[in-house]
Design a protein around this ligand. Structure first.
Ligand code: NAD
Length: 733
């Protein structure tokens, strides 16, 4: 077979250098074509007498990003179509055969009888790293760009190419489980310590070292295929094993609340596999893999966190025909909490930043934030004194607006006051070019209103960051009534340059993310007022899949901010727009008790200087009724917390505030941590089906009030079988 993906060069010593270099692709990924060719490569290594052993490497900067998830998603859809045609057993047989092909190939490589070494440069992830693990010797480049890992669990899958079995035989079981559960990318020195690779070397030497291992008499047998092999943690059924697995089960429950079948499959696969010889163990892993690939969680997570996120990052929503903008110099006005963060991430991305505040001291404080951030990076070994000096050199802190001349984009992050913002807009526009885009980071003020202060509203847009700017990956781009395509395209190019994900949102109170997450926090308040024990509210939030409970989240955002927003909403949208009991609760907390949240060390929780936060015992006296937890329906409490957010998203979609389900879903997961296993707010509804979701809303509305009443679009969808995603995909979700 003529090879396109691989090159094989056999040297005079009989070492075959196998270079994987997928044609026309930026990264090597595992596809059907790759698997076919790898099979031929293995045959050649095994059967060619001129080959003593082989070194596998990549012809690209990275080793491999793993399997093509579109291919895996496709296998699942094919299975469903075949099964629907009436022979589910046959469909399953074909599906199982297809989904374990990679695992069998890797096993063939491992048992081909000749020594095979991997020379790794750049990322080796997922199925790519599993290929490496099937080699008998692994040499890893000792540089900042090279990392290995099995991140499948982050998209609802688990390593099905032998990863669970080989990892569990390479290191102590608790370490193996932790590595598999977390899906982290591991740096060279740590990979060596963990036993993931045998050797690290300078990038230019990895191939030579791998070759030297073969010529030095390296054996083509994996340790687990040598008679007498012992698992690093001993037998599963042994006193040590019995200490590992019950604790692992407990950790699994604590970390996932049983929401992630892939994590459970890892545990089961390791537990069962370690009791079997390798070939049978791999078969067990394959069975779990075939099962996990068909779970709604995997389909939903692959779609939102891989496919949709990739599409959005590639500019799926970028206006067509607008030339890519060159963003060399960025202006940031307002060097406070947000502005300082924006300046830092932009300078990190290589931009020159002019950071303006009211006086030099305030501007300097903003720049000092960048210094503190980069110092923290240095402490973690992620930056050097040189990168720090260069970064700080790129930030000019000044009170002088004239320094903004020559900026390609200016973002304001001054006080949330329309008058202050209007003044700033006028001052900035007097110094920047007519065609420069101006963005506001307002979190509550309508962009169309602010744009009235601009002499060029077509160039005016909202770029809404989330805090902390350094960590949060989502940015909402807010389109005002007159915002033009060039403003949107430029804002998108900027967000991509700082490696965040943009979603496009039309101008409305709370935009998209804050509106949904606000509903979550408010539902927590309501539960508290109903008399649900506070600890139960928080636990139920996490059990539903949220990263923190609603009360803890409110503390992070600050209770006084919540109170200010509630009052502003009431003033603008009328008395009915805000629940009076809730307003009273916030007034008591903020004005009666002086509890502002984490920022002053007391909110719904107490934050002792040392030790963990604790729910404030005084909450009990704010509850007129106290319900007996044993009488409460946990499933319903969880549903309330998710439904209230999903419904708010459905309303936003119905009102045309978000217009693309991918943006709503991706935005909800990376913006406010909406239960990732659901695939996001709208996938949650599609996963249940509109009729079931509407029925659930109606039931909740009858008990808890109108906030659960579905919008007209949802009712229509329930009636005519509609869904947010096209039906074929929805069937796969
Ligand atoms: P902040 O009070 O920390 O910072 C505001 C900064 O603007 C201060 O340093 C102040 O000196 C400066 N400033 C005020 N008037 C100015 C002027 N005329 N010229 C130059 N500088 C001026 O506030 P923040 O939390 O950073 O919020 C800033 C903006 O970001 C607001 O619009 C807010 O709604 C928005 N926002 C905040 C968050 C958040 O979590 N804090 C999240 C998203 C968006």
């Amino acid at each position: 077979m003529s090879l396109k993906e691989f090159r094989i060069d056999v040297d005079a010593d009989g070492v075959a250098l196998v270079t994987w270099d997928q044609p026309g692709a930026p990264m090597n990924v595992i596809t059907l074509a790759m698997m076919q060719e790898l099979s031929a490569v293995i045959d050649r290594i095994a059967s060619d007498d001129a080959i003593k052993g082989a070194v596998i490497t990549s012809g690209k900067d990275n080793f491999s990003a793993g399997a093509d998830l579109n291919m895996l998603q496709g296998a699942r859809v094919e299975f469903e179509q075949r099964a629907a045609k009436g022979d589910p057993e046959e469909a399953m047989r074909v599906f199982f055969g297809e989904t374990r092909r990679l695992s069998q190939l890797y096993r063939r490589l491992e048992t081909c009888g000749k020594p095979v070494a991997a020379a790794i440069r750049g990322l080796a992830l997922g199925g790519g790293f599993e290929l490496v693990l099937a080699c008998h010797y692994r040499v890893m480049a000792d540089d900042g760009a090279t990392k290995v890992g099995l991140p499948e669990v982050q998209v609802g899958l688990f390593p099905g190419g032998g990863g669970t079995q080989r990892i569990a035989r390479l290191m102590a079981t608790p370490d193996a489980l932790q590595f598999l559960f977390k899906g982290q990318q591991i740096k060279p020195s740590m990979a060596k310590t963990m036993g993931l690779v045998h050797e690290t070397a300078a990038p230019g030497e990895v191939i030579a070292k791998a070759r030297a291992w073969i010529l030095g008499g390296g054996k083509g047998v994996a340790p687990w295929d040598v008679k007498g092999f012992k698992n690093p943690s001993g037998k599963v059924f042994s006193p040590v094993g019995m200490q590992v697995f019950p604790a692992a089960n407990a950790i699994y429950r604590k970390e996932t609340y049983d929401n992630y079948p892939a994590a459970k499959a890892i545990l089961a696969s390791v537990y069962e596999g370690l009791q079997l010889p390798m070939d049978l163990a791999l078969q067990v892993e394959s069975r779990y893999f075939a099962h996990i690939l068909r779970t709604p969680e995997a389909a939903a997570m692959i779609r939102s966190l891989f496919i949709s996120m990739g599409e959005l990052n590639k500019g799926a929503r970028r206006p067509k025909g607008v030339e890519k903008s060159k963003l060399r110099k960025l202006g940031v006005v307002g060097a406070g909490f947000m502005g300082a963060g924006i300046a830092y991430v932009s300078a990190q991305a290589g931009m020159e930043v002019v950071l303006v505040d009211r006086d030099q001291a305030a501007a300097d404080r903003g720049k000092a934030h960048a210094e503190a951030q980069i110092d923290a990076q240095i402490r973690k070994g992620r930056a050097t004194a040189e990168t720090k000096a260069a970064l700080l050199d790129r930030i000019t802190a000044t009170p002088d607006y004239a320094a903004l001349a020559g900026c390609d984009l200016v973002i304001e992050a001054v006080f949330e006051d329309p008058k202050v913002k209007a003044e700033v807009i006028a001052r900035v526009e007097s110094v920047i070019g007519d065609d420069v885009i101006f963005a506001s980071n307002t979190s509550t003020l309508p962009i169309s209103g602010l744009a009235k202060a601009s002499s060029r509203p077509a160039n005016f847009i909202g770029i809404h960051f989330f805090s902390p700017v350094e960590k949060m990956l989502l940015v909402e781009l807010i389109i005002g009534r007159q915002t033009g395509d060039r403003a949107l395209a430029t804002a998108m190019d900027y967000v991509r340059a700082i490696r965040k994900t943009p979603i496009v949102v039309n101008d409305a109170r709370g935009f998209f993310a804050n509106r949904c997450v606000g509903a979550y926090v408010q539902e927590g308040h309501r539960m508290l007022l109903e008399g649900v024990p506070p600890a139960m509210i928080e636990n139920v939030g996490r059990m539903a899949g949220m990263p923190v409970g609603p009360l803890a989240l409110n503390d992070e955002v600050a209770l006084d901010l919540g109170l200010r927003i509630a009052r502003a909403t009431k003033a603008e949208a009328g008395d009915d727009a805000v629940d009076p009991d809730q307003l009273a609760l916030l007034e008591t907390m903020v004005e009666g008790e002086g509890r502002l949240g984490r920022k002053n060390g007391k909110g719904f929780y107490d934050y002792p200087e040392k030790g963990q936060k604790q729910l404030w015992p005084g909450l009990a006296k704010l509850q007129k009724t106290r319900l007996d937890p044993d009488t409460l329906d946990v499933t319903e409490l969880k549903q309330r917390l998710l439904v209230v957010q999903a419904l708010e998203a459905a309303r936003s979609f119905g009102e045309g505030i978000v217009t693309d389900p991918r943006e709503a879903d991706v935005g909800s997961i990376i913006g406010f941590g909406f239960a990732p296993f659901t695939g996001g707010v709208l996938s949650y509804i599609d996963g249940m089906g509109a009729p079931a979701f509407v029925a659930l809303c109606d039931r909740l509305a009858a008990t808890y009030g109108e906030r659960f009443t579905p919008n007209a679009q949802l009712r229509q969808m329930a009636k005519d079988g509609g869904s947010y995603y096209p039906k074929l995909q929805a069937a796969a979700a």
